[in-house]
Design a protein around this ligand. Structure first.
Ligand code: AMP
Length: 565
């Protein structure tokens, strides 16, 4: 396909605002590319239309700074234009495409005179040629490579019409901005080749390669010759060495998790940096969350994988910098990611530990659709050290204990995960929740309690909490039994027993004398307690020896906090 045809379509798309119309244009573009003799342009167009030169799974770039691009444009624009002029114009109009389109490259003497195009009409540039030249540009390395890159770009701009220059410049600087996102390309591939959107979406998740997915959807499956698009897409697999996007988490509460799933998987949230480990049976590759290859800066993790992983696999996890068994701030790991020189010395300075928490592929099996708990079992089967622990629980108290341990170990808190959920690359869905830190704590007065049971029968176990009203009364809003050690129970019993006013079975009334600091997830309106509010998952944080009931939190503050949520 002529590059001019692509540029015309891009211009049409840019002028549209309705998603459906944009998808239609992209669909037509793909259909036209597929009906061309060789169809080779289809994968390239699936990337160009998003302003991508390389597949999404690679962190490869053109590796050319904007200044070199301005230089190439200036040279193509003529002797009286400098890179500074280009930059100044860019500062004025804010779009490198518009800047490039404003020059009359066709007026250039020399090389330009041999080009058939130039000006604002069509050139003889093809999509395939632009792609090949950009690949050549990216591959230029070593001394003199920047000059070579500028020469290649200059030659392209020199032949481009102004419309072509507009989109060429935007592709080179990764600033396409014509309103075509990943979802648009997904829908257009499905529409152009009449394959289900779900098949396209899944294939994109496993391959992270829009060009390849378009090619396979068109019917050029990885396997047999005449494979239909849908079969080909469904057969696409994860590939070791080709990173997929990491599954992401949203903020949530223990309440959200237990409401939705009855039981929740609980893991520590490690304070490090995300990694995806790929092991093909011989080589280890490590990728950051942005899919950058960070294998070389992390030799100890590479060694760890060689030592503890026996089968080809793709694992997801966190690398944490440690000192004396305590995690250091995550920036330490990021510093290591960027380290190019003296890695051996850096390694001596900071210890890096792996906490793998997921397994996407093991020994030939793709596990993206396998439930989380089974994936974790597989992880523990294949990796003999450096896996994170996973608990499954429906007990807020147990979950609070796990969180307390995570915090005590210096980590960030906990993650709550749907035990049955599949692995959705790139998705920030509801199946992974990072537990929200506690909202502001409350200092509440103890106005009642219950004696414990069994081993704890001689201790007060559950404590009734109240807020102060303006008139000096106390209104109840919850009971706390979580976050208290046996030792603390004994101390609290000793502290509160002298203030017991009356007893009815296991329940006791207590004069308002002692103030507890409590954390909680949420304040809900509720008829259960006299204040009209109830604390969700209250946790004991300590006794406020320094506070009298008169200086405890008021019901007014509780109401305000409830409103602010
Ligand atoms: P955030 O960066 O705050 O959105 O939190 C999500 C990040 O927490 C993930 O991308 C991981 O890098 C990190 N993380 C730490 N521990 C875990 C875990 N057990 N499961 C999932 N992600 C984790």
């Amino acid at each position: 396909m002529e590059f001019g045809e692509f540029a015309d379509t891009a211009a049409e798309i840019e002028a549209l605002s309705a998603d459906t119309e944009i998808i239609e244009r992209v669909t037509e573009l793909f259909e036209r590319a597929a009906s061309d003799e060789d169809g080779d342009d289809l994968p390239v167009l699936a990337r160009f239309v998003q302003g991508r030169v390389f597949p999404a799974w690679t962190s490869r770039t053109l590796d050319i700074g904007p200044n070199y691009c301005y230089e190439a444009i200036a040279r193509a624009a003529g002797t009286n234009v400098s890179a500074d002029d280009v930059e100044a114009k860019l500062a004025e109009v804010g779009d490198i495409g518009e800047v490039a389109a404003s020059y009359d490259f066709g007026g250039q003497q020399g090389l330009g005179a041999f080009g058939s195009g130039g000006g604002s009409g069509q050139s003889d540039l093809t999509v395939g040629e632009v792609d090949a030249k950009l690949a050549e540009l990216a591959a230029a390395e070593g001394s003199g490579s920047q000059d070579k890159k500028i020469d290649i770009l200059f030659a392209l701009f020199n032949r481009a019409s102004s419309r072509e220059a507009r989109y060429l410049a935007r592709i080179v600087l990764s600033e396409m901005r014509i309103g075509v996102g990943e979802g648009t390309v997904r829908d257009a591939i499905a529409a152009a080749f009449e394959v289900p959107v779900e098949s396209v979406a899944r294939a994109l998740q496993v391959s992270n390669d829009y060009g390849e997915v378009a090619r396979v959807a068109h019917g050029e499956g990885a396997g047999e010759d005449d494979e239909d698009g849908e079969t080909g897409l469904n057969a696409m697999q994860l590939e070791i060495g080709r990173p997929v996007q990491a599954m992401l988490a949203q903020a949530g509460t223990v309440g959200d998790a237990l409401d939705d799933w009855e039981e929740t998987a609980v893991e520590w949230k490690f304070d490090g940096a995300r990694v995806q480990l790929h092991y093909d049976g011989e080589e280890v590759s490590i990728f950051s969350r942005n899919m950058e290859d960070v294998t070389d800066p992390l030799p100890e993790i590479v060694e760890h994988v060689h030592e503890h992983l026996d089968v080809p696999a793709i694992l997801d996890g966190e690398v944490v910098a440690m000192e004396d068994g305590e995690p250091l701030p995550f920036q330490e790991v990021l510093r290591r990611f960027r380290r190019k020189h003296d890695v051996a010395r850096a390694r001596e300075e900071v210890e890096l530990d792996l906490f793998a928490f997921d397994c996407l592929h093991a020994d030939g099996d793709d596990l993206l659709r396998t439930p989380l708990v089974e994936r974790h079992e597989r992880l523990e089967d294949v990796l003999s050290g450096g896996t994170s622990a996973l608990w499954v629980s429906d007990d807020p108290e147990e979950i609070a204990d796990i969180e307390a341990n995570a915090l005590e170990a210096g980590h960030e808190g906990i993650m709550l995960k749907n035990p049955d959920s599949t692995y959705s690359p790139g998705r920030r869905g509801k199946n992974w929740l990072k537990r929200k830190p506690d909202v502001e704590t409350l200092d509440l007065v103890v106005t009642g309690a219950e004696w414990g049971e069994g081993r704890r029968a001689s201790f007060l176990g559950t404590f009734l909490l109240s807020a102060r009203t303006d008139s000096g009364e106390f209104e109840t809003l919850g009971k706390v039994a979580t976050g208290i050690t046996d030792e603390e129970l004994a101390e609290l019993t000793e502290l509160l027993e002298p203030h017991i006013k009356s007893q009815d079975g296991q329940e006791v009334d207590i004069s308002p004398e002692v103030v507890f600091e409590v954390g909680y997830e949420e304040i809900q309106e509720s008829p259960t307690y006299s204040s009209g509010y109830a604390l969700r998952f209250p946790r004991f944080l300590g006794v406020r020896d320094d506070k009298t009931p008169g200086s405890a939190d008021s019901l007014e503050r509780v109401e305000r906090l409830a409103d602010e949520q």
